[in-house]
Design a protein around this ligand. Structure first.
Ligand code: SAM
Length: 252
């Protein structure tokens, strides 16, 4: 039985349902094939068993399955998992879908590659729970298996930070984002206001921010031996021009 936990923002299905149109526009799906090509080149998995942790609407799981990988997609949001299942069916591929919290999923010595993409790590109010996730992934990898995490790094955010940003939404309307750094530069609080047809809706969420070094330290503490950082899935250094923080960690 999974432990009883207090409710956090990501437990709210309506957050994922209502933000879906602008979190997952068609352009994000269209970009996935190139992302997966780059990721595979970087990670060079030794076998075909893949864990897609926080698989969401199946963007990466389905792309990997199309390439002959045996994919297990784990996510706790039923709405997104339904989208993922429909996507796999339309693409005529098999994926094992597991509805589970990332803190609970562990399947010892099972995967050649594990991925956590598009800022799916660092959600918990209790930062120790991020360590639980890292240990779960470590245990779930086969020896020689590799874990790729891709998120918005703290260094990049510090460089581009603006308290308020806005963008036009693909289907019309505006997304106004408010950002606030708190907890001694370890977390970000976000408020998204969607303005459409004269009406507005507000979504709030927060998560932990990791610098490259902080993420590497935690991965090493979870048991990973060889942790490398990159500025994108295409590789390149995690330097001043890095667009994303990508950590590649191997289980020795
Ligand atoms: C920003 S989306 C990214 C989805 C996917 N990785 C991608 O690249 O398209 C974050 C995902 O994390 C999932 N998620 C959030 N909290 C979770 C938790 N505690 N356990 C499992 N999944 C969780 C959400 O349901 C959502 O699918």
């Amino acid at each position: 039985m999974p432990p009883t936990r207090s409710r956090e923002w990501f437990d709210d299905e309506s957050f994922w349902r209502e933000t879906y149109p602008f979190m997952f526009p068609e352009s994000r799906f269209e970009a996935t094939a190139a992302e997966i090509t780059a990721l595979l080149k970087l990670a060079k998995p030794r076998g075909k068993a893949v864990l897609d942790l926080c698989s969401g609407p199946g963007r990466c799981s389905v792309e990997l399955a199309k390439r002959g990988y045996r994919v297990t997609g784990v996510d706790r949001t039923r709405f997104l998992m339904k989208k993922a299942k429909a996507r796999a069916k339309a693409a005529r591929v098999m994926v094992e879908w597991v509805e589970s919290d990332m803190r609970d999923f562990v399947r010892p010595d099972s995967f050649d590659l594990a991925i956590s993409l598009f800022t799916s790590f660092g959600y918990f109010d209790d930062k120790d729970e991020d360590m639980t996730v890292l240990r779960n992934v470590f245990d779930s990898l086969k020896p020689g298996g590799v874990f790729v995490v891709e998120l918005n790094g703290k260094e990049r955010l510090a460089k581009i930070f603006q308290p308020t940003t806005s963008q036009r939404l693909p289907g019309g309307g505006w997304l106004v984002e408010r950002h606030e750094i708190f907890d001694d530069w370890t977390r970000i609080r976000n408020e998204w206001v969607v303005i459409k047809g004269g009406k507005s809706r507000t979504f709030r969420f927060h998560h932990t921010l990791y610098s490259g070094q902080e993420l590497r330290d935690r991965m090493e503490a979870a048991g990973f031996g060889d942790v490398r950082l990159y500025g994108s899935l295409a590789g390149g250094e995690y330097g001043v021009n890095a667009a994303r923080l990508v950590a590649l960690a191997r289980r020795d």
